[in-house]
Design a protein around this ligand. Structure first.
Ligand code: FUB
Length: 324
């Protein structure tokens, strides 16, 4: 009896000691990187690794206006330890483009990585409205090297039924292999099918109805049999969203999931499931010398309720927990 009491006590102390030695939980922290300034996140998962594609804010402190020439790729296996693969794509990689490396979007298809990006067209005859056009670069690995396979944009001011500001592409490869290209800004949103080759339009450019308060930055993801279209709503922007059982709509408006950001009218979201966890990426002006043209990418948890609706995002300084 006396002996087993001592054994029990020893086991208790061993357990207590072990509990004390458990490592502290690690968090990503927000913003994710202290430099460079990053904006407009897009994400994809490949081989158990999450790849984050961002724009790059190069404006000097105190000045107004976007100064953006290049895009970065970062990767992580655990949400805490990130590798910066560098500015692997820039305006100079597109012969037809002159400036303004705005929000891009990358997807995997046919074993390659397709990075759709907007920039201002060099050719004045192609600048009918604001002059933005969207092209694509392709690579064998998410971190590049990337090359423009076309030498010209896929969508420009001259494309029938395009919009005043042709920016913020998002491309979705559906389960049946069909490819859809969405984009939009300044309250207008469009959709068009892409051919299987990922670089040519396959049909007319269509309007999309039902995206209440749409301003820009569409992002499509699918969970179970529901399509979710999230977007920047109003300006300064919140993030709002709609759902549909069909990628061609009709879309049912579902409300606000992310409030406005202090000191940045834009916050450009991306949504992804990685190793069983749902994440909401966005940007803020949250670095000490940040601002509306010196933004930084952040990440927080995204959660669904029992009906599959997205709960309001809670922004944190801690970010998200390390995962295996
Ligand atoms: O970063 C330039 C533009 O600001 C993006 O294209 C928009 O989504 C907004 O974030």
């Amino acid at each position: 009896m006396f002996k087993s009491f001592h054994l029990l006590l020893a086991a208790f102390w061993l357990f207590a000691l072990n509990a004390c030695q458990q490592p502290e939980p690690q968090y990503s922290g927000n913003p994710l990187f202290s430099e460079p300034f990053t904006a407009d996140p897009a994400v994809l998962v490949h081989n158990d690794t999450l790849y984050l594609f961002t724009g790059s804010d190069e404006q000097i402190e105190g000045r107004d206006g976007f100064v953006m020439h290049k895009w970065y790729v970062f990767s992580t296996a655990d949400m805490v330890n990130w590798t910066n693969h560098g500015a692997v794509l820039s305006v100079e990689d597109f012969e037809w483009a002159s400036h303004n490396a705005f929000a891009g979007h990358a997807v995997e298809n046919h074993g390659k990585f397709w990075w759709y990006v907007p920039m201002v067209h060099k050719d004045s005859s192609a600048r009918v409205h604001e002059g933005f056009a969207m092209g694509v670069a392709v690579a064998d690995h998410p971190a590049g090297p990337y090359k423009d396979p076309l030498g010209h944009p896929i969508i420009a001011d001259t494309t029938e039924n395009s919009i005043v500001l042709n920016i913020d592409p998002t491309v979705y490869v559906d389960d049946d292999g069909e490819v859809y290209f969405f984009w939009g800004s300044w309250n207008e949103v469009r959709q068009v099918k892409l051919k299987d080759n990922m670089v040519e339009l396959d049909g007319p450019v269509e309007n999309i109805e039902g995206l209440t308060n749409f301003f820009e930055a569409p992002w499509v993801h699918k969970r179970n049999d529901t399509y979710y279209m999230s977007y920047a709503a109003g300006y300064p922007s919140r993030t709002e969203y709609a759902t549909s059982k069909n990628i061609n709509g009709p879309w049912q408006y579902r409300g606000v999931i992310h409030d406005e950001i202090p000191n940045s009218p834009t916050n450009h979201q991306a949504i992804v499931n990685f190793k069983g966890n749902d994440y909401f990426f966005y940007h803020t002006a949250g670095l000490p010398n940040g601002g509306p043209y010196r933004r930084s990418v952040c990440v927080d948890k995204l959660e669904y309720d029992e009906n599959g609706l997205i709960k309001k995002i809670v922004r944190t300084d801690l970010g998200v927990l390390q995962i295996k």
